[in-house]
Write a protein that binds this ligand. Structure first.
Ligand code: PLP
Length: 404
């Protein structure tokens, strides 16, 4: 499937210790570690190829511009977008959703029109819509989930009406691990002429994504969750939407011409990329995508699936454990609580054993509220995790439990 020992050697951070113990990094849902090639690409960018892009006639500027545009084409190929200009570089998933929330609502929505989200959404796919609701009087409709943490598809269908102008749903839940039936959701929405934005923050590192096969209208994700740099992300949008949407930020690069009387805007993708973009970040991001592509997204999905199943089986043996998210289709994360041990206590004591997990509400407070809890302990997996690390997690959780 994949050679995990060889992969681990590409990630220097995995050699370090935490509190005198070998690091076991199980917080990949929050951010992934970076392979050497990505860090070296950043170094190469600043040491050898640094110049502001797009308007320079000199050699370095042209080299940097070409690298940035090659990065765009790398993203295009990675998600199989039809056009490179449908790839907008942003600071990450959050900024991508805010961009769509602002520009799409401006162009296509009136007071009382509705956006459908779900109970399991990350705050990044709730708050931008609430800001628009305050400003423009649009309404949010929220799809229920069942006790396994799966979307209630009948409820989803029942929410679609003539006021529905957009569906904005996550592909994979960062808390429950649920893989939502996103193709089915898109097909249902399209049959009512409603476009769909997919929050791909947690799917992009784990599943192969083909935006044309999905027929997604918008697909958004962050580089740092797929072994790339922080502060870099993508808004994929179909040309037919992006073309009609007004700019989000004003400034350099996004204009065609400016006078004090009138400004005209640049074409896609530049219309949405005001200011100097992170052209070093984009090339490092492309390096990360090349890195995972060389391993193969199918291999990654199969390996991580095996890890997840192994982890679920092993963790079931822990006394008094409760899992949050037991969907049939699941990826990447396991959320749990043991007895009445507070998630912070569990996280802090696991940390003393060198095991990094995340605790708390995971930026999904409405979901926590729905489940009647304050937070969970979350172990989330990446391509470098091993079954031995899962054994260590299980032993660690058992040890912490025995202390209470
Ligand atoms: N959406 C989901 C499902 C996430 O898991 C995250 C990050 O955890 C985000 C959005 C926000 O991503 P970022 O902070 O990179 O913008």
């Amino acid at each position: 499937m994949l050679d995990v020992n060889a992969i681990r050697k590409d990630f220097p951070i995995l050699e370090r210790e935490v509190h005198g113990k070998p690091l076991i990094y199980l917080d990949n849902g929050a951010t992934t570690q970076k392979p050497r090639c990505v860090v070296e690409k950043i170094e190469e960018g600043y040491y050898k190829n640094n110049a502001n892009i797009h308007r320079g006639v000199h050699h370095l500027s042209q080299v940097a511009t070409e690298a940035h545009e090659v990065a765009r084409r790398t993203v295009q190929k990675f998600i199989n977008a039809e056009h490179a200009h449908e790839i907008i570089f942003t600071r990450g998933t959050t900024e991508s959703i805010n961009l769509v929330a602002s520009s799409f609502v401006d162009q296509f929505m009136q007071k009382d029109d509705e956006v459908i989200i779900s109970t399991m959404e990350h705050h990044s796919n709730i708050v931008p819509w609430q800001l628009q609701a305050e400003k423009k009087g649009i309404k949010l409709r929220v799809v229920n989930i069942n006790e396994k943490g799966e979307l209630d598809m009948e409820h989803f269908k029942s929410l679609i009406n003539e006021k529905t102008k957009l569906v904005s749903i996550m592909h994979v839940s960062n808390v429950l691990g649920t893989i939502n039936p996103i193709k089915e959701i898109i097909d249902i929405a399209h049959s009512a002429d409603v476009p769909v934005l997919v929050d791909g923050a947690q799917s992009i590192p784990h599943l192969g994504v083909d935006v044309q096969a999905l027929d997604a209208d918008f697909y958004v994700f962050s580089a740092h969750k797929i072994y790339g740099p922080t502060g870099m992300g993508v808004l994929y949008g179909k040309e037919k939407w992006l073309d009609k949407m007004p700019p989000y930020h004003g400034g350099g690069e996004m204009i065609a011409s400016v006078s004090f009387d009138k400004t005209t805007f640049n074409e896609l993708p530049f219309k949405f990329e005001a200011g100097t973009p992170d052209y070093i970040g984009s090339t490092a991001f492309a390096e990360a995508l090349n890195y995972v592509s060389a391993i193969g997204m199918d291999n990654i999905a199969a390996y991580e699936d095996e890890l997840l199943h192994y982890a679920m089986e092993r963790m079931k043996t822990i006394e008094n454990i409760r899992f949050f998210g037991t969907a049939e289709q699941k990826s990447g994360v396991i959320s749990f609580l043991v007895g009445d041990i507070h998630h912070y206590d569990m996280g802090m004591l696991l940390d003393r054993l060198g095991i990094a997990v995340r605790t708390g509400h995971h930026c999904a407070q409405p979901l926590m509220h729905h489940m009647g809890i304050e937070g969970t302990v979350r172990a989330s997996f990446g391509i470098y995790n091993t079954k031995e690390e899962i054994d260590a997690l299980v032993a660690g959780v058992q040890r912490v439990s025995s202390m209470f």
